[in-house]
Design a protein around this ligand. Sequence first.
Ligand code: GLA
Length: 408
Amino acid sequence: MRYPLPVPDGVLSPATAELPAALGEHRAHFLARFGAGGGVRLFFSPGRVNLVGAHLDYNGGPVLPTAIDRGTFFAVRARADDRLTFASVLEKDVLSARVGDLPPAAQGRWFDYPLGVVRHLLRERERPAGIDVLFGGNLAVGAGLSSSASICVGTAFALDRVWGLGLDLLDLLAAALWGERSFVGVQCGIMDPYAVGLSRPGHLLWLDCKDGTFEHLPLPAGAFTIAVADTGVRRQLAQGEFNRRVTSCREIFARLGGYVDGATCLRDIPAAVVEEHASELDPPLLSRARHVTGEVERTFAARDALVAGDLERFGRQLTASHRSLRDLYEVSAPELDLLVESAVGRPGCLGARLTGAGFGGCAVILVRDGPREDLAADLAADFARAFGRRPAIFFFRGDGGPRELAVD
Ligand code: GLA
């Protein structure tokens, strides 16, 4: 079986061209599992990488992500009865329940994400017909590439189409966010669903998380390629650590917010105010606050550099962001630090940092367009020397959000 795509020991080429074939194969899995017949619809929802603006979304700051050309696959068919089934080619557990009798709380299983989305979509709505959904995909799960937003946004998008709910994209993103935040219980900000839902190929998404306004910033043609190196480290504690960072930021704002007129989130607190009141924060909180103020400045600097076409300066913001995440926000891991320091300074590398929440997962490496196999090989060799195994290294293209694919 070619699909799901194996995690490679080396370099993968961009996946866009493989998508129709992979979805065709996904449909074959659906038919084998749910029975032959027509009416199967196929959807794709991308993952994302965030280039700058790390841990700013839940602080109301700006972020600069893009969707990527790997993500979640959905094969969907409406049923004549009222049974809903969620199965996955990547997981054993199956959710099967009547549409009117869905579990009211998260079950600690992979399907909590799409289940939360469905519960939100069906609030105050007539119950639609039952549905069979087979999930799959070609995105590393739990690696900081937003597999969870990919599945949540894609579920909202696909079910809206199949059930004919007629929702607009922002409503779908709200359902995706509710699924992850309120149903599963991760205190994430708006960045991931927005990046998955609103990105455009050839652009980075400038998203201001204070008010949800966004803009598509064009990338100079052939500007850079995004390489992602997966440490293979998946920390069980990551979700708890992430929520702890969110709580710390709330606490900092509770202490300092009163010093700035009209401030509504930590992003509104300037660095000078943090320094003036440094003695009111214990050392870890002071470090977290310094990361946030520095990262807001770096994200604006990255935007200016991109608009000016200065890719070197743009890349330097990424690397500075990583060092701040490592030293001040303390969400890095030795494997990530090694990948970043090994990449930075090699010919062709513009900058690098951890992506996603951190604690493991992936490093994103901005590579000047051109031959790059050498860089990937050197990185993998450095990593193998230190940790005794090779990281998977992917090259991504930007992508354009969730969509239905007609596959022959
Ligand atoms: C995770 C969260 C996002 C964001 C990033 C850090 O990916 O889901 O909302 O906070 O971490 O930038």
